[in-house]
Design a protein around this ligand. Structure first.
Ligand code: ATP
Ligand code: MG
Length: 598
């Protein structure tokens, strides 16, 4: 696997799944397994074809939306455990719900799992295999399993209305009651199921249900639905089927067919575990599947402050045009985060650092932001940008240097990475500075441009502010200053003039006009849905601000999707879609310091 290298520190954050697998490996649990691999392996189900001592995990998204940061957690957990224990992790599309699923989502999911740096190939002893699966490829098997359950009296076709079925299921305090169709003969059930499949019945007119116990204290065991009739075009199987398996029926079968060892899911599935075990035990005992069955393990969902992690709600943001698509840089989707400039390394570090526990957790966004800044600090090239530009005129320039003179400036692109090379630009008679770097009347502690004060133009010379120009409305339209001779950085005598302020700037003559997308949190509340509140009521109206300004000349050939630290401003990335040479577009990734802490 060309997976990311194992994180070095021996001490890893608490992760009960890692502890569990370590113990199982010591006990030789997998060595006793008889299975021979997965559909992608050579000799699937042929005993001995695969190394029996390997863990086999899976990430099973439903292709009904784009992946988000919660999925990244699950991806890194599963692929990370497989990597750490020399096993394999499958990418499997849980595509059993055709109305909501689309090829666009399948493609986007594949792209983002790869972006995160994982892959689903294995190469055990030279036997290469690709572990990319679709639940829909198992529809034939699932249907056979359904008939098998019917034949053993373990499933029946129920013709109650949806309301009647809901009412007869009971609740936590009331046991359910049997459907009038529960006692039909095997022959009758089999005939009805085949008619369902043949398309002889209307959508929703009947369902296939397991026959377990309507009085079970676990509602999931009160004859759960296995198949429904739904005439819907499927992205993979087209119009072959008009009945589709329910998630609860399909998922354990998918795991078993792929010889998954640990079926890791989030806590809300805990009550499904007895059903998961019931179903697989029946199919193994009936000879349809080989044992041992995979085991389900639940871990706590990741919740991130100021973020919602639900595909359905993220889809609402897209559909209602509250954001500009799934990859809007404000979205917590991986596509949005990539466009925003997040690195896969930072996302993986965050996933690792938050461990895995048996409780649902809320994590402060600052933790993710901190992982991001730590990663960017060491790799993003530095540059200067002015985002609220005001001209600064150096009034003695021509007199000192002669008209038309430009003073070359040069500095490393990154202080610790000489391989990133030098940045080159020049200082001329007029430069852009930030509007708020000038004050006619300074407040206490303001060391930047105000009449009578000296500052250094970073990488350039020391200048003394002499005043300003104003437009007809009385608004400052230019700052005036004089160059203090012989103060260019690095030139002899440069230290003769001590200044308290250093200003970033961009030359008027060589600066590049640029657009900056300044992003902020999408919600004003850390827990947007606290107390059942609609997340739409706490949208941040200032989540996106677009400004125009200038960047230094050295960025003229910056490609799309390249990250920079704009000195004093924060981290930015050239937009992967909108950025053009000659019309640069930068997205703000994050500031230089934690701005998330409450
Ligand atoms: P959503 O509610 O966003 O649709 P889901 O769980 O229904 O999420 P799936 O496509 O079924 O979406 O998810 C694939 C895997 O990702 C599942 O194993 C699920 O448990 C896991 N997952 C989804 N959200 C989170 C989260 N916030 N934290 C940890 N794991 C998650
Ligand atoms: Mg789901």
């Amino acid at each position: 696997m060309s997976a990311p290298a194992k994180n070095d520190p021996a001490v890893k954050p608490a992760n009960f799944l890692r502890t569990l697998i370590e113990r199982e490996l010591q006990e030789g649990v997998y060595a006793q397994r008889q299975w021979g691999g997965s559909p992608g392996d050579a000799g699937h189900h042929a005993a001995g074809a695969a190394d029996p001592a390997r863990v086999r995990l899976r990430f099973p998204p439903e292709p009904n939306g784009y992946l988000h940061i919660g999925h990244a957690k699950s991806i890194c957990l599963n692929f990370g455990l497989a990597r750490d224990f020399g096993g394999v992790c499958h990418l499997r599309f849980d595509d059993t719900n055709p109305e909501k699923e689309e090829q666009e989502y399948v493609d986007a999911i594949i792209e983002m799992v790869q972006w995160l740096g994982w892959d689903w190939h294995s190469d055990f002893g030279g036997a290469k295999a690709t572990h990319l699966y679709y639940a829909s490829n198992y529809f034939d098997f699932m249907y056979r399993a359904a008939e098998h359950l019917v034949e053993r009296g373990l499933a029946y076709v129920d013709e109650q209305s949806a309301e009647a079925m809901r009412a007869s299921r009971g609740d936590f305090t009331t046991p359910g009651t049997d459907s009038p169709w529960r006692g039909r003969s095997v022959a009758e059930n089999l005939a009805r199921l085949r008619e369902m499949r043949a398309g002889n019945h209307a959508d929703g007119s009947m369902v296939l249900r397991a026959r377990i116990d309507m009085a079970s204290p676990n509602i999931n065991l009160r004859d759960p639905a296995l198949y429904r009739i739904k005439r819907a075009h499927h992205h993979n199987t087209g119009d072959t089927w008009c009945i589709y398996p329910m998630y609860a029926f399909a998922h354990p079968i998918e795991d078993a067919l792929e010889n998954i060892t640990h079926s890791i899911c989030t806590l809300e599935f805990e009550d499904q575990r007895p059903w998961y075990d019931w179903l697989l035990a029946r199919l193994i005992e009936g000879g349809l599947l080989q044992g041992p069955a995979p085991k389900q393990h639940e871990f706590g969902r990741l919740n991130l402050s100021y973020v919602i992690t639900s595909k359905r709600k993220l889809k609402a943001l897209v559909d209602e045009q509250i954001v500009d698509g799934w990859d809007d840089p404000r979205m917590p989707t991986l596509a949005g985060m990539r466009r925003r400039g997040y690195t896969p390394e930072a996302v993986r570090k965050f996933a690792e650092d938050t461990g895995a526990s048996r409780t649902n957790i809320w994590v402060d966004y600052g933790v993710l932001d901190g992982a991001l800044r730590a990663d960017l600090e060491g790799k993003a090239g530095r540059a200067m940008a002015v985002m609220d530009p005001l001209p600064l005129k150096l009034t003695n320039w021509d007199e000192l240097f002669g008209a038309g003179h430009l003073e070359p400036c040069s500095t490393p692109a990154h202080p610790q990475l000489p391989e990133l090379g030098q940045r080159a630009f020049s200082l001329g008679p007029e430069v852009w500075v930030e509007r708020d770097d000038f004050a006619e009347v300074p407040v206490k502690g303001f060391f930047r441009l105000f009449p009578g004060n000296k500052v250094r133009l970073k990488y350039g010379m020391v200048v003394e502010c002499t005043g300003c120009e104003k437009d007809a409305d009385g608004r400052v339209s230019a700052v005036l200053a004089r160059v203090i001779p012989d103060t260019k950085s690095g030139t002899p005598g440069a230290d003769a003039v001590k200044v308290k302020g250093t200003i970033t700037w961009v030359g008027l003559h060589d600066g590049l006009a640029a657009t900056f997308n300044l992003y902020n949190r999408l919600f004003t509340e850390a827990q947007p849905e606290a107390g059942g509140r609609d997340f739409r009521s706490v949208l941040n109206p200032a989540s996106k601000r677009v400004v125009t300004g200038f960047v230094e000349q050295s960025l003229a050939r910056a490609p799309a999707d390249q990250r920079f630290q704009f000195e004093r401003h924060g981290y930015f990335v050239t937009d992967r879609l909108d950025h053009r040479a000659g019309a640069p577009v930068f997205n703000r990734i994050t500031g230089l310091r934690d701005s998330w802490a409450a």
